[in-house]
Design a protein around this ligand. Structure first.
Ligand code: ADP
Length: 364
């Protein structure tokens, strides 16, 4: 029996991200003069009762569902997004469509689009207020879920929509044998983590902070097989502190009984990415890509990585390769770290996701 061509369904969030770049002057007396001079600049975010000026304002499309769907599309995968915006977010939907995302199942509802108000300091710190808006407007009814999943081979979920919707999509998809991928971002509370149906998950994608948060909530339950090879990084891996700190966490996480058959991938910013695939003997480490230029903006690097990883999985699926090997899994990570590396060289989240042909050209 021939299988249907790969198609990824993303049920997730769509936001408008509003960036306020701030800096303000502190006035202090110069010792022997009576005048006060602006003697130094403080890079800060606003505190209670305070008003500060923004030096620059930008509005961009965002939301993890939108970013990751756009990344799958830019990476060459067929992808549909199920989500909602208000009237004020129609331009975001148009942007997504122009990037190749099928937006037929994005609803326009009453009220505002989900919004992130982001204060940025030149020192790179940020403060974010999130308004969920239309992201919580949809009711995920079983009939609709089934009709959205009917031609899907992969499903990708994050945590910026109602938890009940995420659970319902995951359970329906798992029951249909669809490849399920979850990026628990933002991190759910501990009780939700503990009751999550982890065994329904084919892939867990996390960054190092999320890996640690999950492990703390699940509790460490190392099975005896975990201790094969121990918790230190394999001798042939580089001695990066971030890598040696993260590897034991990912190893403990992937050996937790509820994740023992789930593929776990953890990104570690400029230190690259680790994958632990239960069917493979060795853990995989891939360093971050060598950049051609400076780091401009790391926003959305993880989403870009995710989209490229999934598009790679979809290509494996289409080629009939349903078994992961050390080589093909390593290739997937190399491709994804290169795409994510190109993403950090440019500003923005959606705008900085590279096209597949450009990633191919970079990889030579
Ligand atoms: P998230 O955005 O979820 O926090 P990470 O910061 O771990 O994700 O970044 C995801 C991937 O982006 C990394 O695995 C790496 O490949 C790439 N990346 C992130 N920061 C850099 C950087 N400074 N230099 C090169 N690649 C980077």
């Amino acid at each position: 029996m021939s299988q249907i061509p790969s198609h990824c369904l993303v049920r997730g969030s769509i936001n408008i991200d509003e960036f306020f770049h701030g800096k303000f002057y502190h006035y202090q007396p110069i010792h022997f003069l009576i005048f006060y001079f602006p003697t130094y600049i403080v890079n800060d975010v606003v505190r209670p009762g305070e008003t500060i000026s923004s030096t620059k304002f930008e509005r961009r499309a965002g939301g993890k569902g939108a970013n990751q769907a756009a990344a799958v599309a830019q990476a060459g995968g067929r992808v549909s997004l199920v989500g909602a915006v208000g009237e004020d977010g129609k331009w975001v939907v148009n942007d997504l469509e122009s990037m190749g995302v099928n937006v037929d199942s994005v609803s326009v509802v009453e009220g505002p689009t989900g919004r992130a108000i982001i204060q940025l300091t030149p020192a790179g710190e940020n403060c974010i207020i999130l308004h969920r808006g239309a992201n919580f407007a949809l009711e995920d009814l079983p009939d609709q879920i089934v009709s959205h999943l009917v031609s899907s081979t992969h499903i990708l979920l994050q945590n910026e929509i109602p938890w009940s919707g995420t659970l319902a999509y995951l359970e329906h998809a798992h029951a249909r044998g669809i490849i399920t991928i979850f990026n628990p971002s933002p991190m759910p509370p501990a009780d939700q983590i503990r009751s999550f149906p982890w065994t329904a998950l084919s892939w867990l994608l996390v960054n190092e902070v999320e890996a640690e948060g999950l492990l703390n909530s699940l509790g460490s339950q190392p099975s005896p097989s975990l201790l094969d090879g121990g918790l230190s990084t394999p001798a042939e891996w580089p001695a990066f502190p971030a890598l040696s700190a993260t590897y034991p966490i990912v190893k403990k996480l992937s050996s937790h009984q509820c994740l023992s058959s789930t593929n776990v991938v953890c990104t570690i910013g400029p230190a690259g990415a680790i994958a632990i695939i239960p069917t493979l003997t060795d853990a995989i480490y891939v360093p971050a890509a060598k950049l051609q230029g400076d780091v401009r903006d790391t926003t959305g690097a993880g989403d870009c990585f995710t989209g490229y990883l999934i598009a790679g999985l979809m290509r494996l699926y289409d080629s009939g390769t349903n078994t992961l090997s050390q080589d093909n899994a390593t290739d997937l990570l190399i491709y994804s770290t290169h795409a994510a590396g190109m993403c950090v060289e440019k500003r923005g989240a959606l705008e900085s996701i590279p096209r597949r042909m450009d990633v191919d050209a970079r990889l030579g």
